[in-house]
Design a protein around this ligand. Structure first.
Ligand SMILES: Cc1ncc(COP(=O)(O)O)c(C=O)c1O
Length: 434
């Protein structure tokens, strides 16, 4: 189906899928096959030489996964997308792809703990250094921190767990003035609440494990490419490098920008990372993500409403020391929220309990509805203590820098009735503090 000119809610159930190409199946079929018939040596030659595009082997491409890739690209009005086996694979592949010849990534300190830990453990071994901007509220800090070998800026549009926002448009402008792309992890916002490409982001990343799939039943990642950033630059020699596998009909080797001028970034992730590091998303898992996306707007709308109500409730509690969410009374992010997230700032936020660590543990153990576990963006409401779990890889200094003191509790609001959720929190407060 042609994807242009349709609204988000139409694209989320129909984008990137043409039933006529799939035996008229109404629901996207699950292609449980490792490989695809070449149908003759002539066609095999064309497929392998990229003069005809088609599926060969499911490690690098599969029709069910392909529909997910095209659907997510259509939801961003983007040139292309690639699905991978997890959000971490999406982050790691994207950052290696942009900086693999050595260089720097400039990032904020307010990021998912696994990302920060990867910055320490993985990237330095590949010659990639990570520079951190400590005051992400001031976009000029990014300009000051860019060095000659900085290859990209990396931010979370809504940070995990403190729901910190950044001025995407201002940071994108600074990145582009310096000839580098802006990479945005948009996991907490989802494309329903925010399309970062509209504000200049070049690459958008998702842990589709979270609200995109939305039911806590699949691990998946996505990389979306706007198609607007020019990778044909001396700063990115890896995109100019020619490969025998990309040869033209006369056998001359070509580069990724030659063969895939509209989406060299995701094409290169597929050929050089998905193919050899191999974190492939399975067809059934892609189907689960597609199924989740069909109800994305409806779910996120209700989850945002639940989050805003719970924030208001927590602000009335004397046992709560602080609440970090863009609609909270003290939030410094109200203006950014109005600009970038008019429909809401997601369903995940943090608050601090004014009590001992034992009381915080008892509070968590007293809850009856909220599930105590490490995920976010589920249809069920979730609770976790990040300093001891999701962000436990961070040293005490890094936790301090990331704004996650020991009393931090993270909530991810699901689809339950808001009064039941409030009563669950209330009874836990009663049990601990009365
Ligand atoms: C913002 C963000 N990005 C990336 C990830 C990693 O995603 P995954 O668990 O799918 O690898 C997470 C996981 O919590 C996350 O919260």
């Amino acid at each position: 189906m042609p994807v242009l000119n349709y609204e988000f809610d139409t694209l989320k159930v129909r984008g990137g899928y043409n039933p006529k190409e799939h035996n008229n199946a109404v629901s996207v079929p699950i292609y449980a096959t490792t490989s695809f018939e070449f149908r003759g040596t002539e066609r095999a030659k064309k497929l392998i030489g990229f003069t005809e595009f088609g599926y060969v082997y499911s490690r690098v491409g599969n029709p069910t996964v392909g529909v997910l890739e095209q659907r997510i690209a259509s939801l961003h009005d983007a040139a292309a997308a690639i699905a991978v086996g997890s959000g971490m694979a999406a982050i790691t592949y994207a950052l290696l792809n942009v900086a693999e010849k050595g260089g720097r990534i400039l990032a904020t300190s307010e990021l998912y703990g696994g990302t920060v830990d990867g910055f320490k453990k993985v990237f330095p071994n590949y010659g990639i250094k990570i520079d951190i901007v400590n005051n992400s509220k001031d976009p000029e800090q990014f300009r000051k921190a860019i060095k000659a070998d900085t290859k990209a800026i990396y931010v979370e549009s809504i940070s995990n767990p403190n729901a910190i926002l950044v001025d995407i448009e201002a940071i994108a402008n600074i990145a582009h003035e310096n000839g580098i792309p802006l990479i945005v992890d948009n996991t907490l916002a989802t494309p329903y609440l925010l399309n970062p490409i509209k504000y200049g982001a070049d690459i958008v990343i998702y842990s589709a494990t979270k609200a995109l799939s939305g039911h806590g039943n699949v691990i998946a990642g996505l990389i979306v490419e706007s198609g607007k950033f020019n990778f044909k630059s001396d700063k990115f020699p890896q995109f100019l490098e020619t490969y025998h596998i990309l040869r033209d009909s006369s056998g001359n080797p070509r580069s990724f920008v030659d063969v895939f001028p509209e989406f060299p970034f995701t094409a290169r992730v597929r050929s050089n990372y998905l193919a050899y590091y191999g974190a492939t998303l399975g067809a059934f898992d892609a189907y689960l993500v597609l199924l989740g996306i069909e109800t994305l707007s409806e779910r996120v709308k209700k989850q945002v409403s639940n989050a805003e109500k719970i924030v208001k409730y927590l602000e009335t509690k004397k046992e709560v020391a602080w609440v970090k969410y863009p609609t909270a009374k003290e939030s410094p992010y109200k203006k950014l929220k109005d600009k970038y997230l008019p429909k809401g700032a997601g369903s995940t936020f943090s608050f601090g309990i004014d009590g001992t660590l034992e009381q915080i543990d008892k509070f968590i153990d007293s809850l009856k509805i909220f599930s105590y576990q490490a995920n976010i963006g589920d249809a069920r409401s979730l609770i976790v203590n990040p300093p001891k779990t999701t962000h436990s890889e961070l040293t005490p200094e890094e936790q301090k820098l990331a704004g996650i003191p020991p009393e931090t509790i993270r909530l991810s609001l699901g689809l339950e009735d808001e009064n039941d959720l409030i009563e669950d929190l209330e009874q836990a407060f009663r049990k601990v503090f009365l």
